[in-house]
Design a protein around this ligand. Sequence first.
Ligand code: TRP
Length: 335
Amino acid sequence: MEDKKRIFSGVQPSGHLTIGNYLGAIKNWVELQDDYDSFYCIVDLHALTVRQDPKELRRRSLSVFALYLACGLDADKNTIFVQSHVSAHAELAWILNCYTYMGELSRMTQFKEKARRHKDNINAGLFTYPVLMAADILLYQAHLVPVGADQKQHLEITRDIAQRFNSIYGDVFVIPEAYIPKVAARIMNLQEPTKKMSKSDENENAFISMLDTSDVIMRKFRRAVTDSEAQVRYDEENKPGISNLMNIYAAVTGKSYEEIEQEFDGKGYGDFKKAVGEAVVETLNPIQERYNDLMKNKDYLQEMMNKGAERAARIANRTLGKVYRKVGLVSPVRG
Ligand code: TRP
């Protein structure tokens, strides 16, 4: 494990994961699990920055954990854990708060956008959200962080905070970089194919949840937005809907665009959508079966969660101890 590069990624337990999350990220992570020392964290503390139903939040954290395992992420090869199980996240976040400026936090696009959407609850946690995210990453001395475009700014501020801290105290933190996978499917919204598919979209028809039933999946693909040309041809600019369906089909079948164009030459969009739907159902079925088995076995899930948290805490506490010493906190006498 020691000489492998370390990856850290966080996911909010809000809404169901979509095939966009799977084809664009999780599927690649499974392929990387022998080459990197990866940490996958379910960031339940971040989720508290907007109001949550306690029961729902608890259920969704467990559900994301089970889904990661069901997708084939091996809990021995990766460290999969829940953020609130490792207290060092909240502790380092406090310290880093004291090294982060109001000015830089007020420039964060996501804060401005969320403050606009949740006018009645612009809380301090929403404001310092990126500092907790910096703590997540820096605790593990992660080299690489897979992030979408919407999180680039948060990774930038993480680097700024880490560099600021290092320039005062010496090399405490590894400066993380964005990880951009060589081949990643970018799956778009089925109703507005120029927008990224999102698990929190209001329109249910816009995304395929990893846990949608076969009927729902087939129906959503039937309703997917296309164009009036009636030809299956890859052209992102003029045919974003069809190109997105081709990307999905390519990702689940391994076929190239040319092969897909040939397969559906002279056929209508109805046939094509049906084939995409069936291929997605076939991919998700075994994952859903494993997921349902795991969710029935809460003791096993709990045991795997504890194991992940223990391994994460060992590394996180080492970094936190170093930070505490550097900034001048008195060590407690342990006995
Ligand atoms: N802010 C990220 C998001 O909303 C989630 C996240 C929290 C994260 N901590 C992280 C992502 C650390 C990468 C690394 O998508």
